[in-house]
Design a protein around this ligand. Sequence first.
Ligand SMILES: Cc1cc2nc3c(=O)[nH]c(=O)nc-3n(C[C@H](O)[C@H](O)[C@H](O)COP(=O)(O)OP(=O)(O)OC[C@H]3O[C@@H](n4cnc5c(N)ncnc54)[C@H](O)[C@@H]3O)c2cc1C
Length: 352
Amino acid sequence: MDYDIAIVGLGPAGSTLARLLSPSFKIIALDKKHQSGDAGFHKPCGGLLANDAQKSFIRQKLNLPTDILSNPQIFSVKTYDLQTNLVRNYQRTYVSFNRHKFDLWLKSLIPSSVEVHHNTLCKEVMRIIEGYQITYLDENNIEHKITTRYVVGADGANSLVRRMRYPSHSIRQYVAIQQWFSEKHPHPFYSCIFDNQSTNCYAWSISKDGSFIFGGAFPKKTANQQFENLKEKLTQQGFIFGEPHKTEKCLVIYPNRFRDFYTGNENIFLIGEAAGFISASSLEGISYALDSAEILSKILNSADPDPNKRYYFKTLPLRLKLYSKIVKAKILTTPFWRKLIMKSKFQHINME
Ligand SMILES: Cc1cc2nc3c(=O)[nH]c(=O)nc-3n(C[C@H](O)[C@H](O)[C@H](O)COP(=O)(O)OP(=O)(O)OC[C@H]3O[C@@H](n4cnc5c(N)ncnc54)[C@H](O)[C@@H]3O)c2cc1C
C-alpha cells in the first residue's frame, strides 16, 4: 500500500481528522478547494457556529481567529410561519463567520506529516486485495492512482465515496439555493421561514458584512420555482431583496430515517455529511462533522482491531441525537404542531 489512510474531502470533517490523526500514519488527503484565496470550490453555507460546534472547539483546544468572524453578531432568530402569519423571536448563541475563510483556516491547521493535495478531484474508489485504489485528477487535470489501506469519505452531501461504495445507502437530498443581496434592511437580522406550500424543509436569511443572504432547501424538481415564489411572498412580509450579486446552489441531505446515518464498512469510514450527519431540524452540520472526525481519529490512533465496528458503536450517541432532530423536524414542519408551539409563545422574546 502507498498509504495507510486516504481522506477524501477537507471540509470541517476531513480537516479535523487530518489534524488529529497520529503522525505515525502515512496519510494522503485530497480536496477540491484551492489552498488559499477566493478561487475554486466554496461551500454554500449560513456560516453559523452552533453551541455543539463551539463545544467541539473547546474539547479540541481550538480558538476561532477573529478575522474569520463576520459582522454583526446577532443573538436572535426571527421565525416566520407563513401559513398562520405568526412571527416569533428566539434567542440563539450562534457565532457568525465567513464559511470559506473558516474552511481554509481549518485546512491550514493540518500538520505537514499529512500529504495534502489541493484543487484535486477524487474520481474513483476501487476495492483491491488488502485495500483500495483511488484515482484522482490533480490541479493540471493529470490522472493519478494510489493505493491505501483505509479510506475516509469526508466529501460532504454528494459524497462520491458513499455513492460509489454504498449505492444502496442513498439518502434523501434537497437542493439548497442561496442568493446574496446588498443589505438594505434598517435592522440586520436572522430569520427562519416555514412555508409548507414552498418546501417541507425550511428557508432562512442572514445579514452578514453588508450582505443580506437568503436561502432555502427545496425538493429537487421544483427548487428554482419555489425559491422565487417564496421571495415574492416574503417581499410582502417586509423582506428587501433587489438584484442578487451572487447565487449559490448545492445539494443538501435531509435525513428522515435512522438508517440514513451510515458509517461505512470494510475499512471505509464515512464522517460528517457524507455519513448523513446533519440536523434535519436546522441543517446544522459542522458540529457533527467535527465530532465524527474526533471519534474516528481516536479509534484509528488506538489501532483498534475492528475499527469499523468500533466507529459504528462510538457514533451511536451522535446518531441517536441526530434521530431526535428528525423527530423535531417532523414536528416543526407539521403546520398544526408548529402553530401550537408558536401560539404558546414558549421562549419567545417580545421585542416591542
Ligand atoms: C445552504 C447550507 C447552509 C448551511 N448552513 C450551516 C450553518 O450555518 N451551520 C452549520 O453548522 N452547518 C450548516 N450547513 C451544513 C454544513 O455546511 C455541513 O454539514 C458541513 O459542511 C459538513 O462538513 P463536511 O466536512 O462533512 O462536508 P463539506 O463541508 O461539504 O466538505 C466536503 C469537502 O469535500 C471536498 N470534496 C467533495 N467531493 C470531492 C471529491 N470528489 N474530490 C475531492 N474533494 C471533494 C470539497 O472540497 C468539500 O470542501 C449548511 C449546509 C447548507 C447546504
